[in-house]
Write a protein that binds this ligand. Sequence first.
Ligand code: SF4
Length: 175
Amino acid sequence: MMAEKPLIEDYEIELEDPACLPGAPVYAAKAHIHNDVSEVMPYLNAVFERARYGTDNRYIIWKEGHRAYALRPHELAVSMIWERQQAHEFVQKAIARINEIWERRDEITPDYTPKTKPKVLDILKLLPKTNCGECGLQSCMAFAAELVEGNRFAEDCPPLAEDKEALARLEELGV
Ligand code: SF4
């Protein structure tokens, strides 16, 4: 029997330079995926504790180790990349993980339970609220809104790295 084709095979990687995020010490990488991979999301939701899953397979956001991941139908974003050369390695590892879960889908009960989006104001309460701009946005409020949408990760706010309690609380809220 022929081996099944991996779910994610064709993609291009784009690296968001820290120059776009003044003061931010890390890169974020995006893989633009050629095919629609939304079918895997309920399986990822079943595997990853505290994943934030949007109804109708619109997105899923999860963490493994210190790194955060956001998958949309045609895009995977990976946070916390310290060196340009690491981008391919971390994106490839994340894609291998997603492909592996997809291959095992017959053994996994898909979880279609959406996790409600946290409120922007609840997120804002946990941010430094200095509006320092190091995340590349003009205010902590704007950053909170981007976190809720999964367009940024908590790690994109350098001052937040010092506040382990706030980071843990944000993780509980799924951002
Ligand atoms: S979220 Fe606020 S404190 Fe954090 S980097 Fe952005 S502006 Fe600064």
